[in-house]
Design a protein around this ligand. Structure first.
Ligand code: SF4
Length: 263
């Protein structure tokens, strides 16, 4: 089907361009229970069969006490699909929720990161795949620019601090319009997270701006993604990349027409 073709083309492009997956890799997909990571899992399972490189895929979910629906239907769906899935109830996160119910994202994601590495280690994975989409990359570019004083988005590929794991985001070119439609076509039981219902006002505001502008400029996000891969540092203000003396100009060749005195 057309949607699947588009999805695989975009995921394949990301994997190829950023060398995300290599021969012999064991990739653990972080399943959040939402449409994006589920779409990512399905795309990687399809590519596992079709790609010219040899890699394996498994999946896991970290429960931090924020799911709004029971996780069992997702487990049953994955089992029926023959997916190796690990469900991990992270006790420290539950304690955190009890002791500091209003903890912010920083603390929550630190707890999650520790759990994710522990699970991936147990699964024998060397790469961990996250379901951040093109929308996340574009929003984060604007958010960082406007609120952190840094021109940056998300890393498409990076590593854990000690390089134990390659951390990859193969949905970098896939918009949520695609993941929404694809997850719907799968009929998979999604498990919403309480936090996704109350995303911050900045994020909501950016999403509204995109939705409004995309009515007139449907390729807005594609253009932003292209821009992230085509940086003109000479037109930014980071002095580390500026050449104050201008480029070295090679000496002019001697003129073929000697200047004749006008006297
Ligand atoms: S949005 Fe919720 S689940 Fe996500 S990092 Fe923040 S507190 Fe944690």
């Amino acid at each position: 089907m057309e949607l699947e073709k588009t999805l695989l083309r975009k995921v394949g492009e990301a994997i190829h361009r950023f060398k995300m997956i290599r021969d012999g890799d064991r990739v653990a997909v972080a399943l959040s229970g939402g449409k994006d990571s589920l779409t990512l899992l399905e795309a990687l399972l399809l590519l596992e069969k079709r790609a010219p490189i040899d890699f394996s895929v498994c999946a896991f979910t970290v429960e931090q006490g924020k799911f709004l629906r029971p996780i069992e239907p997702l487990g049953e769906y994955l089992k029926a699909r023959g997916v190796a899935w690990t469900y991990y109830r992270d006790s420290p996160s539950f304690r955190l929720l009890e002791e500091e119910p209003d903890h912010g994202c920083d603390l929550c994601s630190r707890y999650r990161r520790r759990a994710v590495y522990e699970i991936a280690r147990g699964l024998g994975a060397n790469a961990i795949a996250f379901g951040h989409t093109a929308d996340d990359f574009c929003e984060s570019l604007l958010r960082n620019t406007m609120f952190t004083g840094k021109l940056s988005a998300l890393p498409a590929v990076t590593h854990s601090r000690d390089k134990e794991f390659r951390l990859i985001r193969p949905l970098v070119f896939v918009t949520e319009e695609i993941t929404r439609a694809y997850a719907e076509s799968l009929g998979a039981p999604l498990v919403p997270c309480g936090c996704s219902q109350r995303t911050g006002t900045v994020r909501r505001g950016l999403r509204d701006i995109f939705a409004e502008m995309e009515k007139e400029y449907p390729h807005l996000k594609e253009n932003m993604l292209s821009a992230m891969g085509n940086v003109d540092t000479s037109r930014l203000l980071d002095t580390r990349y500026l050449d104050f003396d201008g480029p070295v100009v090679p000496p002019r060749p001697a003129s073929l027409f000697p200047i004749v005195s006008e006297l």
